[in-house]
Design a protein around this ligand. Structure first.
Ligand SMILES: [Zn+2]
Ligand SMILES: [Zn+2]
Length: 169
């Protein structure tokens, strides 16, 4: 759904959208969408900026940072975002913004494509280092086996393996 400036100049726009897997473009981010994502809210013009308020809900999948097994991440967040038209910004002002207000977003053209906004918010919701569980043992650096599933028995610097324990007794 496209939120156009023209429409916003007339009135607030309410939306309720659903994105099926494959519709959103996560631009190379390691995010997999399993079921529909839901985004509902409203858009209005506030002092020349587009303000978008709404709630985003859904579940995405991401590879565990240690063992690469898929981890499900629930995305449920309330958003209150402001978008400034890029073309009205003078050069000096833009420099100032990059220093102080890095949270300001911009839009170009006649409005905002909600699909792009939702993709961006989903990427932001996925932690940089998502692990399947805090005690995940990860992959063996020697043979690549998933050490949560099987103990490959490789000898190595891993002192936490149960075999190392056995030798002590
Ligand atoms: Zn893991
Ligand atoms: Zn191994």
């Amino acid at each position: 759904m496209f939120i156009s400036l023209k429409e916003l100049k007339r009135d607030e726009v309410e939306f309720s959208t659903t994105y099926d897997p494959g519709v959103l473009d996560f631009r190379g981010a390691e995010v997999e969408q399993l079921s529909a994502l839901f985004f509902a809210g409203s858009a209005e013009l506030v002092g020349g900026e587009i303000r978008i308020r709404g709630h985003l809900e859904g579940v995405v999948r991401h590879g565990c940072d240690r063992c690469l097994e898929p981890v499900e991440i629930s995305v449920g967040k309330d958003l209150d975002l402001f978008y400034r038209p890029r073309r009205t910004i003078a050069r000096e002002e833009e420099v100032e913004i990059s220093k102080g207000e890095s949270e300001v977003s911009f839009f170009t053209g006649d409005g905002i494509e909600l699909k792009d906004l939702v993709s961006e918010q989903v990427i932001l919701a996925v932690p940089m280092k998502a692990v399947c569980r805090p005690e995940c043992k990860g992959l063996c650096p020697t043979c690549g086996a998933n050490r949560n599933v099987a103990n490959c028995g490789c000898k190595g610097p891993d002192r936490e393996s149960p075999f190392a324990d056995l030798k002590k007794h």
